[in-house]
Ligand binder design. Structure first.
Ligand code: NAP
Length: 465
């Protein structure tokens, strides 16, 4: 296959990836988007294999083994992983992209002839720069993602760990990395290459360790962006157009998503990139238990209140995902609609444990898209609502975000559920949410707590209805 044809096919794959991103931006088109992505990836792999076939039988076996083991493991993991564990899975996958960038750069350094990046015994300067930068971003992505995985998976405390002088240490390490890359380009030294790897591995860990659990969604998205740039770096080293396009798409879309999430959580984008943002106050899931009295109700009470309401706004959160209550919830909403109640769903941008978590679950339960509203589109409607039905959500409804400057969630826009005539809170007990802070709304006069597993409570309400 000529270079021109393979470049053209890579561009077609790139267009398919762009269409995939476009499709994934809405639940109605997301399956189609996934399909475009799969076809694009298939085309890119085939073009690479036909355009630059592995040299010899042994190399073919290695490539096929890699595809089989990697693809097989990916398929099994994707099938088995519960939706609630998706963020840590994404973090784990990002770590592999980072590691791949390190290995490819090392491969290029030790076998430069295979990559065509050496002439008269000297590396091309441009290739040295790509290798140095790519390996640095890859190593930062690797340890950063491993720490994010450990925090999200509960293997490491979600609490921010404040290292003394962390900003100074990070700045020195970053400056050291720039210096090492310059030295590497000048000397072509393998020892300096590995020093870059070590410094970047340490920096990746140090950037993520101080970040508190509540800020993890932004971190995962930021690492997504880093892994994209690392892949683009590999693309330059390998001279592979498809990798450059894909890496840049992942890098830029991850950066845009990080920016949107920072905006949604009222965090500064620059401080996220530098690491340790909001970490001085953030704390994850302390599980504190409150002893003040609350008004408690039964499923019958909830059914009665909602049947007689005109407008009900449902606010789903992480607890709905844990209980897998979305199907029962949809049935409940259908029954209420039959009774003439106007039912809407309000989605907070960081409800659950990953961006779009609630949208995916509601789509899975066939909730009509025109009943699902984003925070800014529905927040003004709570004062006119008779009932705010909060199912397994907590932090995203906490008004401390508006008033308490010391709160780890201060500044995050929240859903104004307390403005509804009645607030029904479904949760198992008085446990705090992800950010580990108390929610004043539980103790308000217009709040009724419905204690129990979200699915069981909704099923009981269904029976009463
Ligand atoms: P949340 O604040 O974590 O609260 C979830 C609540 O659900 C808990 O208070 C818990 O109370 C309850 N719960 C747990 N299991 C339940 C079950 N089986 N049945 C009923 N209730 C159950 O959730 P959120 O309001 O959705 O807020 C999301 C939080 O996660 C934010 O702080 C956000 O920053 C963070 N976060 C978001 C993402 C993302 O991208 N969306 C990623 C990582 C972190 P009980 O224990 O009393 O039942």
């Amino acid at each position: 296959m000529s270079e021109n044809v393979s470049s053209l096919l890579y561009i077609v794959a790139g267009v398919l990836f762009i269409m995939a991103l476009r499709g994934l931006s809405h639940p109605t088109t997301s399956r189609q988007g996934n399909l475009y992505g799969m076809v694009g990836m298939g085309l890119a792999i085939l073009t690479t294999l036909v355009g630059h076939p592995p040299a010899g039988f042994g190399a073919w076996i290695l490539v096929l083994l890699g595809l089989g083991i990697g693809g097989g493991a990916g398929a099994v993991i994707a099938k088995r992983v519960p939706m609630t564990a998706m963020p840590q899975l994404v973090a784990a996958f990002h770590s592999l992209v980072g590691l791949a960038a390190v290995f490819v750069a090392a491969g290029a350094l030790y076998a430069p002839q295979a990559f065509g990046i050496i002439e008269n015994g000297h590396f091309h300067k441009q290739s040295l720069f790509e290798m140095g930068l790519g390996v640095a971003i890859g190593a930062i992505t690797f340890t950063g993602s491993v720490i994010a995985f450990a925090k999200l998976d509960g293997r490491m405390s979600g609490k921010p760990i404040m290292l003394p002088q962390r900003h100074l240490i990070n700045a020195l390490l970053a400056a050291g990395l720039v210096l090492l890359i310059a030295l590497f380009i000048g000397t072509e030294s393998k020892a300096i290459f590995w020093l870059i790897v070590i410094a970047a591995l340490v920096l990746g860990g140090l950037i993520i360790i101080p970040i508190g659990g509540a800020d993890m969604p932004v971190v995962v998205s930021m690492l997504n962006s880093y892994s994209g740039w690392a892949a683009a770096g590999i693309g330059f080293t390998l001279g592979n157009l498809a990798l450059i396009i894909t890496g840049s798409l992942v890098g830029s879309s991850g950066a845009i998503l990080s920016y949107i999430m920072c905006h949604a959580m009222n965090r500064s984008f620059i401080s996220v990139i530098l690491g340790g943002f909001g970490g001085d106050t953030a704390a994850a899931g302390t599980g504190q238990v409150e002893t003040r009295p609350v008004k408690q109700g039964s499923a019958d009470d909830a059914a009665y209140i909602m049947k007689n309401a005109e407008r009900v706004i449902i606010v789903p959160g992480y607890g709905m995902a844990v209980a897998q209550a979305q199907h029962s919830l949809r049935e409940m909403a259908d029954m209420l609609k039959k009774e003439g109640v106007d039912v809407k769903y309000a989605i907070h941008p960081v409800a659950g444990r990953m961006p779009g978590h609630m949208n995916v679950l509601l789509a899975e339960a066939n909730v009509p898209y025109d009943e699902v509203f984003e925070l800014e589109d529905i927040n003004g409607e709570f004062p006119q609502a008779d009932v705010a039905f909060v199912i397994g959500a907590n932090d995203v409804t906490n008004p401390a975000a508006k008033t308490d400057k010391a709160s780890p969630i201060y500044g995050m826009p929240i859903l104004d559920v307390e403005k509804a005539k009645t607030v029904l809170f479904i949760k198992r007990g008085m446990g705090s949410g992800y950010a580990g802070v108390e929610n004043e709304v539980f103790f308000r006069d217009n709040t009724m707590m419905l204690f129990g597993d979200a699915k069981k409570v909704v099923d009981s309400i269904l029976k009463s209805l």
